[in-house]
Design a protein around this ligand. Structure first.
Ligand SMILES: NC(=O)c1ccc[n+]([C@@H]2O[C@H](COP(=O)([O-])OP(=O)(O)OC[C@H]3O[C@@H](n4cnc5c(N)ncnc54)[C@H](OP(=O)(O)O)[C@@H]3O)[C@@H](O)[C@H]2O)c1
Length: 330
């Protein structure tokens, strides 16, 4: 496992991290699935332990993942150990009516952090993120005050924003202009390379970069085809439609040919693509099982400049329509 410095912070993060949304389990906001289907807690804990054995020291979670359950499992597994780096998030919640909602007020964020610390069984959260906060929330300022207050109180070490999936620029620009925060979490993968200029700009300005969704919901493992279907409690049921699956399967054939030539798995090739950008501090595939830990930490290599250029051409010339469809599905 390689480790990279997280921007200007003192954190040294494993280049592959552990995305902990899935292990939260099948939470629902009324009829809306906000998890990844059924999981078994014993398997999730085994996955967390296996990840640590494989050198993964960076675990990304959020209070909304399994409505606290993802944080609880991480707390139960690692507690207050200092050799794991925990990143969590606040701002999303299920409101009294049972709907998915947001709150970025100072008092809410401070309370949410205290609750996360309890579930995580930690004294400090290493990196705390405003979960998809928008410019209007940042401009209003309370959420920034909350982060600074928590930092001064030693409840969090560093903070940043987990940026909007499709329009990450305005919030990143706001923090960079005001020299606030320490990092950004950004969607970046072989299919969706849109954020690359932003990643480069933010890294140059000293921000740590977390590349999320590196497997685009599992599409970039090559395991799905047009006949794949998802359970009602898996958010992919409305995101990975048969139309989208068929298009992706067709478009990815050229990528899989390159993986074959390189002699690594499709998953390893997809993760290698992200790993090959030194501006990215850590790449966080969502992980549910020890087997996925192994396949997400094996065979990751730096792609050649030629391979990267080829993938960038594919993105510009062939993937745009698919990304638009992914955006439409939310
Ligand atoms: N707004 C935000 O802040 C935000 C939004 C999204 C994600 N995130 C963070 O980013 C992390 C990663 O993103 P993501 O979970 O959306 O997507 P992802 O990494 O692109 O895909 C993860 C899914 O792919 C499947 N998978 C993973 N490794 C595999 C392997 N080796 N072989 C086969 N299948 C594999 C798993 O699902 P199955 O086994 O069920 O197929 C897993 O849940 C999340 O866990 C979360 O920490 C943050």
């Amino acid at each position: 496992m390689d480790y990279r410095k997280f921007g200007n912070t003192e954190l040294n993060v494993s280049v592959i991290g552990f995305g902990s949304w899935g292990i939260g389990g099948p939470a629902m906001a009324k009829d809306l699935p906000i998890g990844w289907g059924n999981v078994d807690d014993r398997t999730s804990v085994q996955a967390l332990k296996k990840a640590f054995d494989q050198g993964i020291n960076f675990y990304d979670t959020a209070d909304i993942y399994g409505v606290g359950h993802s944080e609880e499992l991480i707390g139960k597994t690692f507690g207050n150990r200092q050799d794991v780096i925990i990143a969590s998030k606040a701002g999303h919640l299920i409101n009294a009516e049972g709907d998915l909602s947001v709150n970025y007020s100072k008092s809410y964020i401070i309370q949410a952090c205290e609750k996360s610390l309890k579930r995580l069984r930690r004294e400090t959260i290493d990196y705390y993120q405003l979960h998809s906060a928008q410019v209007k929330h940042l401009q209003q300022g309370e959420c920034i005050e909350a982060m600074e207050t928590l930092q001064k109180a030693g409840k969090i070490r560093y903070w940043g924003v987990s940026l909007n999936t499709f329009q990450p620029q305005p919030e990143a620009d706001f923090l960079m202009q005001h020299q606030l925060g320490n990092g950004f979490q950004i969607v970046f993968n072989l299919l969706n390379q849109r954020a690359l200029p932003l990643i480069r700009k933010a890294a140059a300005a000293g921000y740590g970069i977390i590349a999320r969704m590196p497997l685009q919901f599992g599409l970039l493992t090559g395991k799905f085809n047009k006949n794949s279907r998802f359970a009602k409690n898996d958010h992919r049921v409305f995101r990975l439609t048969p139309e989208l699956l068929e298009k992706a399967d067709h478009l990815l054939q050229e990528v899989w040919q390159k993986a074959k030539e390189k002699g690594i798995s499709k998953t390893a090739y997809s993760l290698s693509f992200c790993y090959s950008f030194p501006e990215i501090s850590t790449v966080i595939p969502g992980i549910k099982t020890p087997e996925q830990v192994l396949s997400n930490t094996t065979g990751i290599v730096k792609l050649s400049d030629e391979e990267i250029a080829f993938m960038q051409r594919l993105y510009q010339e062939k993937f745009t329509e698919l990304i638009q469809l992914i955006e439409k599905n939310g």
